[in-house]
Design a protein around this ligand. Sequence first.
Ligand SMILES: Cc1ncc(COP(=O)(O)O)c(C=O)c1O
Length: 375
Amino acid sequence: MSSPQKTFPSHLIRLSKSCLGIEEKNAIARVLDVGYLGMGQEVMLFEKELEAFFHNSVACVNTGTSALQLALQSCGIGQQDEVLIPSITYVASFQATSATGAIPIACDIDLLTGCLDVMAARAKITPRTKAIMYVHYASGVGNRNAIFALAKEFSLRVIEDAAHSFGGCHEGRPVGEEGDIICFSFDGIKNITCGEGGAVVSSDQSVIEKVRDLRLLGVMKDTDKRYAGTRSWDFDVEEQGWRYHMSNINAAIGREQLKKIVMFGEKRRHIAHMYKELLKKLPIEFLDIDYNAVIPHIFPIIVNENKRDELRDFLMANNVETGIHYKPNHLLLKYKGNDCSHAEAFGRRVLSLPMHPDLCDDDVIHVCSLIQDRF
Ligand SMILES: Cc1ncc(COP(=O)(O)O)c(C=O)c1O
């Protein structure tokens, strides 16, 4: 990892960034030297290491979005089935769902956590509802137990969009260790990155086996051959597949990042605790998230909606990037139609502050003193 550098006000303090070092460079060089860039040994080893990390079965894919899509397809969810999704999430959750032919149903959120509201989800259940896509917003798990109880009551699958929450814990157990199907993203700015990448995690072997075929254009049982450096020539295909496998280069980066997750986690938690301490006297709300248990991928604060854009412009003018996680998906042209008033209020008030392991204490103090200036 590059050592945290003191950044001065004239430098841009970035919202998020990859945190890479010589180890990742060497890992890429190792793959280039071997000369096998596709899906092979490195992916197999990364999957094994992730399995040891989660104590669960893993299939790696090329993005978090494709992990979600294949998770749905692997349990038979498709044309005209309905999937309940909180409106506050990255559009990836919605696009992954509509890519299967299923209909994403935008649901309202709990304002305290930014996660799916259980009552709102219950109200949207119809005979066509097949699954809940539960998003770990800002790494928090919200009222996850109640969501599982609801899913059980209506025999729904639960696909957890845990893109934000790699490395976190829920009730003392690593996110990904238990549940139904849990999907992760390893894109450039996540808690660990592969450059691009994703993973489907489940104890349901039929899901994992299916994802392993679907990621290789539906070619059945090709994975083991790829891991042995060969491929199938005489094969069969029984359903629509996709070219969504992970490459050895991406896996090699991910393997090095995985070794750093404890250090990344400590840094991200430290930054979250600093923000909470330094901003506690201001009229700002924080999400109800246990920053001792999770590894925060983003750090959203909730401010007065009349103030949000002005504060964002002021911070940018002072070289501090911020983000808006997210514009509600039910306001997008493609997914229009549902009323989610909490999500709309949240979308107008939320502002994400810089969060990545390369931030130093002075950066965080500087961001907080700028915010203080505006209140
Ligand atoms: C909540 C959420 N879901 C899914 C994704 C998709 O992951 P990827 O970018 O790896 O496709 C992201 C990525 O930002 C995300 O934030």
